[in-house]
Ligand binder design. Structure first.
Ligand code: NAP
Length: 253
């Protein structure tokens, strides 16, 4: 069955890996990105090479009109959206909370919390069977939120702000899964651990996932594809009876 999936932050990292796996299933993908157009176009090319269809859509998840526009563009290109991966997220340089600025808090929560909530709201407005959603009442769409192991570890001395932003995603997932179950939308979250992507470089330490690998029971960082495998499961009908789950993909950490 063909699907239309919108993935926020799909130009790089975990979002890109999910997008390419969707392409392998022949699905159509809205590839949102913030600023790296070249990377987004490379993702589109990779999806098409894998057998799917794709468009790139620039937009900041923290801006309401951008979020609405990315849903509109995906629907216009490929028809009703049947799955959303709420993936875009940021970190900031590791430091203790005592040294963090108000500007840092504002951006962290704007992208990771307000952005994720806007994407979730738009998903509810478009995919719910009460809003003309594409499926019958027993086969709704799927929203997959990207939380983090940080939500339960707290990330002391590094990212207490980021960890809190992901705690909000866990809580939203639990509440929204109950709110949207009657309208056929399943809502689950993935909590990745240390995954080898460029997010660590954006926090100032490209080698962070490898530096901390000894703390992981499986003794290595995970790959973006290993996280994508779990996301594809939650997007697909193989997980039809799963909603409200917080799934750790963290090598046992
Ligand atoms: P990444 O490699 O840094 O990629 C981030 C992606 O998000 C890029 O496509 C980027 O677009 C996009 N993005 C950033 N800010 C955005 C915004 N305001 N609006 C729209 N798109 C935006 O990140 P990642 O490691 O794949 O992480 C993906 C998700 O998994 C995040 O929510 C992250 O918190 C979570 N996670 C990651 C890890 C890990 O170890 N990697 C662990 C736990 C949780 P551009 O290319 O245009 O900049």
């Amino acid at each position: 069955m063909t699907r239309t999936i919108l993935i926020t932050g799909a130009s790089r990292g975990i979002g890109r890996a999910v997008a390419i796996q969707c392409g392998r299933r022949g699905w159509s993908v809205g590839v949102n990105y913030a600023g790296n157009e070249q990377a987004a176009m490379a993702t589109v090319t990779a999806i098409e090479a894998a057998g799917g269809k794709a468009i790139a859509i620039q937009g900041d998840v923290a801006v309401e009109s951008d979020v609405i526009r990315m849903f509109d563009a995906t629907e216009k290109a490929f028809g009703p959206i049947t799955g959303v991966v709420n993936n875009a997220g940021i970190v900031a340089p590791g430091m203790k909370l005592v040294d963090m600025t108000a500007e840092r808090f504002a951006r962290m929560f704007a992208v990771n919390v307000t952005g994720a909530y806007l994407v979730a709201r738009e998903t509810a407005r478009r995919m719910g069977t009460d809003r003309g959603g594409p499926h019958g009442p027993n086969l709704g769409g799927s929203l997959v939120n990207l939380s983090s192991a940080a939500a339960r570890l707290g990330s002391p001395n590094e990212y207490v702000d980021y960890a809190g932003s992901k705690g909000a995603i866990d809580t939203m997932t639990i509440g929204l899964s109950k709110e949207l179950a009657p309208v056929g939308i399943r809502v689950n979250a993935i909590r990745p651990g240390l995954i080898d992507t460029e997010i660590h470089a954006s926090g100032g330490e490209p080698g962070r996932a490898f530096r901390l690998a000894s703390m992981v029971p499986l003794a290595r960082p995970g790959t973006a594809d290993e996280v994508a495998n779990a996301i594809l499961f939650l997007l697909s009908d193989e997980s039809a009876y799963i909603t409200g789950a917080l799934l750790d993909v963290s090598g046992g950490r």
